[in-house]
Write a protein that binds this ligand. Structure first.
Ligand code: CA
Length: 370
């Protein structure tokens, strides 16, 4: 029954509530990843992702930002941008119209009014079996790099202006864009990888996954290491909130018994962007992490004087940084450091985003527990 969009698939579950209609291969695909065991790979005949399968939605700071779809004929629109140009790239089964992408876009435009945000939509190649989507990331990275080369070579923007932000497979895509640019003699300044995808990439060599050489600064937030996310440090600066694999406030399940799976199945994985949205809203003295050589609940060896805020997009510090968060928003442990105005903004954002667990994955999980 392939190809089928995952969103459509989930919708069919919601509307029919017939468990027997769930394709077994997708169920296995999901739970293999969830359980952290090797994802079964198989030969898949596929063609390259084409330019028309990727849409670049550009947003500026306007009273009611509307996106403009970028193409080869309207790149002049970005000329004269004073701030950064930030690409936000989603992951598997996701789209650029997800609430978290739009909330992160809003956070950037409010904190950095001179920036332009580009939501990279690759929903069709992202809504395939995980194995297929994990291969599609090479092409998506190349297409983003080609867009950046065009913008730079036509003197519309300069390399230091670009920041690539990606969640899950989007984090890996950002790395592949960086690799492609390097081959073309251009170095990306900064990547922010939000719980970059681990499955399949954790067994690939460094040059086939996100690594510290993909940009001058590779800023990684690990929230679901060993499950959907990449467990080990893979950036120039790696943040491990709450240790980087299990997040407080997220449900624990018995991975040997999928009947225990309840909402929110991908809560740990999603936390990376939830933390980062707050971090962008509050870039100074908020979600402050300490550099630690080792972290466990029994043994914490940290440097109290070497700290960095998770949303500091100017830092060039390197190493592993750890912090603890609240179970729910605001996630910052020391909320008294933030101004009331900032907290108000966070509170308002939470009403429209995040704490409801209505993501497609969670809807999926509700329906497939047995
Ligand atoms: Ca986890």
């Amino acid at each position: 029954m392939w190809p089928i969009t995952f969103a459509g698939f989930v919708l069919s579950l919601i509307t029919t509530n017939v468990l027997c209609e769930i394709p077994l291969d997708l169920r296995k695909d999901f739970f293999n990843i969830y359980k952290g065991v090797a994802v079964q790979t198989k030969e898949v005949t596929k063609s390259h992702v084409t330019r028309d399968q990727v849409i670049f939605h550009a947003y500026r700071n306007e009273p009611e930002p509307k996106s403009i779809v970028l193409n080869d004929t309207n790149l002049d629109l970005l000329k004269g941008t004073k701030g950064h140009v930030i690409f936000i790239t989603h992951g598997w089964t996701d789209t650029a119209y997800s609430e978290w992408v739009l909330s992160l876009k809003d956070a950037f435009l409010k904190t950095y009014p001179n920036d332009v945000v580009i939501g990279v939509d690759w929903k069709e190649p992202a809504n395939q079996l995980y194995y297929v989507s994990s291969i599609n990331v090479f092409d998506i990275g190349n297409l983003i790099a080609d867009m950046i080369v065009k913008l730079v070579d036509e003197d519309k923007l300069t390399m230091p202006q670009f920041i690539l932000v990606g969640h899950s497979l989007g984090g890996q895509i950002s790395g592949f864009a960086g690799k492609r640019l390097k081959k073309l003699g251009k170095t990306l300044h900064r990547i922010v990888a939000l719980d970059p995808a681990g499955p399949l990439f954790d067994v690939r060599p460094d040059d086939k996954r996100l690594n510290p050489t993909d940009a001058e600064v590779v800023h990684v937030i690990h929230s679901d290491g060993g499950s959907f996310g990449f467990k080990d440090a893979c950036g120039t600066i790696d943040f491990f909130p709450n240790g980087g694999d299990f997040q407080p406030g997220c449900t624990r399940v018995d991975i040997l018994d999928i009947s225990t799976v309840k909402d929110p199945v991908v809560c740990d994985h999603e936390r990376s962007y939830r933390y980062f949205i707050e971090a962008v809203q509050n870039p100074v003295d908020y979600l402050v992490a300490k550099e630690c050589s080792e972290w466990s609940y029994l043994r914490k060896i940290c440097n109290e004087t070497s700290t960095v805020s998770m949303g500091d997009l100017t830092t060039t510090k390197t190493g592993k940084y750890y912090l603890e968060t609240n179970r729910e928003r605001p996630y910052n442990k020391n909320t008294d450091k933030a101004s009331t105005g900032l907290l108000d903004r966070v509170s308002k954002a939470s009403k429209s985003f995040g704490d409801n667990v209505s993501s497609s994955w969670n809807s999926f999980a509700k329906k497939i527990h047995v």
